[in-house]
Design a binder for this molecule. Structure first.
Ligand code: 13P
Length: 341
């Protein structure tokens, strides 16, 4: 492992306001997104949609540091035959790859999940590196509900995250370590705080046990937010302060960058929260975005599967990417959204 190079990539992924486009929806997940815009989930449509984003020069060059791809996309070619990975590289962004194989029920833990995909990973990683991937992603999912999460779910998922991270580094690939505490439930922000704290502490313990070099990872956590069905809402400032306090308590300064998931927040909430955290300032790591939905919902809607709408979709993508870039520098203002509308 060349740690200096891993560190360089991890910094490039998270520095100077740039953030990551999470375009790694599995074929099943992108179907849900396409259903919402009445677009058929064909291989060509998936390619056309992703190609339009990767060809959005302004967003890709100025605001996006890297793109997380799904297995299909990393091998796919644009309509003119150019590999999609090349489009990303030509725009100056770094290609990455989702390597987990989704979740399965965790035995003896009703309602809880374990992320799959470790068995063949040592064989798959060198192929992804050869295809151009310089970072990878693995998502663990922790749900909050009656009697959950269990310690079994927290510890097995943290263990798998660290196994994945160590394998990535051995193959000269920066692991995005994503322990996602879901925001689906009725819990309030303080319960989210407690569960996320437990999950992060356990994850960093496992990373230590498994000799993962923190200088060569990117952490992708959830923010401290109330569940969607909670009656207790939290202000932007409260979310920002609680999330920064939590991360300072759990994430060593050796980690170069933290790139949040959006997790079901609205586009503007995800931006406002990131901005408020960066306005607090004086943080030991870069704090940026690695959004899927909060970057893509607007361009998807504008595109709606029609070639005639590509320009509008690209404009929507530029706008969201720029807002999040400003937020990652703590320079976003709400009226920039209204002006654009
Ligand atoms: P969201 O921002 O839509 O949560 O997606 C990010 C991601 O990569 C989830 O694994």
């Amino acid at each position: 492992m060349n740690l200096a190079d891993l560190n360089k990539v991890a910094i490039a992924m998270t520095a100077n306001g740039k953030g990551i486009l999470a375009a790694d929806e599995s074929t099943g997940t992108i179907k849900k997104r396409f259903d919402a815009i009445a677009t058929e989930n064909t291989e060509d449509n998936r390619r056309d949609y992703r190609e339009l984003m990767f060809r959005t020069a302004e967003a890709m060059k100025s605001y996006i540091s890297g793109v997380i791809l799904y297995d299909e996309t990393i091998w796919q070619k644009a309509k003119d035959g150019t590999p999609l990975v090349k489009l990303i590289e030509q725009a100056g962004a770094i290609p990455g790859i989702k390597v987990d194989e989704g979740t399965k029920p965790l035995p003896n833990c009703p309602g809880e999940l374990i992320t799959m995909g470790l068995d063949k990973l040592p064989d798959r990683l060198p192929k992804y590196y050869e295809a151009g991937a310089r970072f990878a992603k693995w998502r663990a999912v922790i749900d909050i509900g009656a009697g959950i999460p269990s310690y079994a779910a927290i510890s097995t998922n943290a263990h798998a995250l660290a196994r994945y991270a160590a394998l990535c580094q051995a193959n000269q690939i920066v692991p995005i370590v994503e322990p996602e505490v879901l925001m689906d439930g009725e819990h309030d922000a303080d319960q989210c705080y407690m569960v996320t704290e437990f999950m992060l502490k356990e994850t960093f313990q496992q990373l230590y046990y498994q000799k993962v070099a923190l200088e060569g990872i990117v952490l992708k956590p959830n923010m401290v937010v109330p569940g969607k069905k909670s009656s207790k809402k939290a202000s932007v400032q409260e979310v920002a302060e609680k999330t920064v306090k939590l991360l300072k308590a759990c994430v060593p300064g050796a980690v170069p960058g933290i790139a949040f998931l959006s997790g079901g927040q609205s586009d503007e909430e995800a931006t406002a929260h990131l901005d408020a955290m960066n306005k607090i300032g004086n943080l030991p790591w870069n704090l940026t975005f690695s959004y899927g939905r909060a970057l893509q919902a607007a361009p998807q809607k504008a595109w709606s599967g029609k070639a005639a709408n590509v320009g509008a979709a690209q404009a929507a993508f530029i706008h969201r990417a720029k807002m999040n870039y400003l937020a990652a520098k703590g320079e976003w203002k709400a009226d920039l959204e209204k002006k654009a509308a």
